[in-house]
Write a protein that binds this ligand. Structure first.
Ligand code: PEP
Ligand code: MG
Length: 366
């Protein structure tokens, strides 16, 4: 309960007056957002929507998503999507409500598609019964989703392009949730973020859907405007290099340094128990690049991304939402290169605020 301690409160007041970069938090649930807010987060820099398909309470949404992926008919897929919409809208609405007008960056569905379907025979049999699909047919459909390198495969925006109806459902949920809150006199500011983008055509493809759903929601709900921003993650090296053209289609960038590090070094971010810890112990690198931004490599890509993005749009809003957003040295780096905010896990928010204040004292921005 440190946030109730008066000395802490006084210190953090000073810290917030001093820092020149915003501090947001990553959240997976409305409850996370509430914790983040308590720790002084000025917004949610990454709301990972896929959490609803994992862990407690995920059975029904996961079943619906599976139904949507492997069902036989358009009608069944549509039914699944409509039911899923209710879950997504509630989740988004609760999070926007907790943040009370502070920006919430809602990232569209990201994880590899094959992660959603069961692979063991027993679970497949259950699904085959539930959906009325013959086992042999279901197995063929699941097999067709298999990938050898799922993290380099059918995820992020690629999913939204193969299944535009999934993007459409999420966008409709975001807009309707926003209007409903505003109608109740509350504030809501969603930022729609597209993951795993490597070129402007992908961003444009999804933006067409966003603009279409925006029009339809305004008509349906009889409103003239709905506040929102549209932006992209920069988490593939090519995206950093193509930042000038991506900025044409984006109101903001957020650097996903977890994937950017993985893809720049070619180190797997998921196999942390394997050779990597021992390899890092050899100190061929001065630090763990998944914890602290590798300033001479990944950092160069980030700098290029910031500079090129702002050549196209001088006021482009830029943040970071990888794990590095809560690492003090990385926060200083983000401050120095002109980012607008960092976003980290809720419990790291106070540390990030302190680091941001240190950065402002040591390297004041004009
Ligand atoms: C990232 O890649 O840095 C990121 C924030 O996204 P995720 O960790 O969900 O892939
Ligand atoms: Mg990522």
């Amino acid at each position: 309960d440190i946030e109730k301690n008066q000395s802490y409160k006084d210190l953090m007041k000073l810290v917030d007056k001093t820092k020149q970069i915003g501090v947001r938090a990553n959240a997976e649930t409305p409850a996370d957002a509430a914790v983040a807010s308590k720790f002084g987060a000025e917004g949610i820099g990454l709301f990972r929507t896929e959490h609803m398909f994992y862990g407690e309470g995920s059975e029904e949404p996961l079943f619906l998503l599976r139904k949507m992926i492997v069902s036989k008919t358009e009608k069944e897929r549509r039914e699944a999507l409509n039911a899923l919409f209710v879950y997504v809208k509630k989740d988004v609405k609760d999070t926007l409500a907790v943040m009370n007008g502070h920006p919430v960056t809602i990232r569209l569905l990201d994880p590899p598609l094959h992660e959603f379907v069961p692979h063991d025979t027993e679970k497949l049999q259950e699904l085959s019964k539930e959906l009325g699909i013959r086992m042999s047919v279901l197995k063929r459909r699941v097999l067709a989703l298999h990938e050898n390198n799922p993290m380099l495969g059918h995820r992020g925006v690629r999913l939204g392009i193969s299944y535009p109806e999934i993007t459409e459902m999420q966008i409709r949920a975001i807009f309707e949730a926003t209007v409903e809150l505003i109608r109740k006199g509350k504030k809501a500011l969603p930022e729609i973020m597209i993951p795993v983008v490597c070129g402007k055509h992908e961003l444009r493809h999804q933006k067409d859907i966003v603009e279409q759903v925006y029009k339809e929601t305004c008509e349906k709900m009889k409103v003239k405007k709905i506040p929102y921003l549209y932006g992209t993650m920069i988490e593939i090296p090519r995206a950093a290099l193509k930042a000038n053209s991506l900025a044409m289609e984006a109101d903001f960038f957020s650097f996903g340094t977890n994937d950017l590090t993985q893809m720049s070094f070619g180190f797997s971010r998921d196999d942390i128990g394997g050779f990597l810890p021992k390899y890092l112990d050899l100190k061929l690198l001065p630090y763990d690049p998944f914890q602290t931004i590798d300033q001479s490599g990944v950092g160069e890509l980030i700098k290029i991304g910031v500079e090129r993005g702002r050549v196209t749009k001088p006021n482009l809003k830029i943040g970071i939402c990888g794990e590095h957003g809560g690492d003090p040295d990385s926060v200083v780096f983000c401050h120095k290169i002109g980012m607008n905010y960092v976003s980290c896990s809720p419990f790291r928010v106070p540390i990030a605020r302190l680091a941001a204040a240190h950065a402002a004292l040591e390297f004041p921005r004009k």
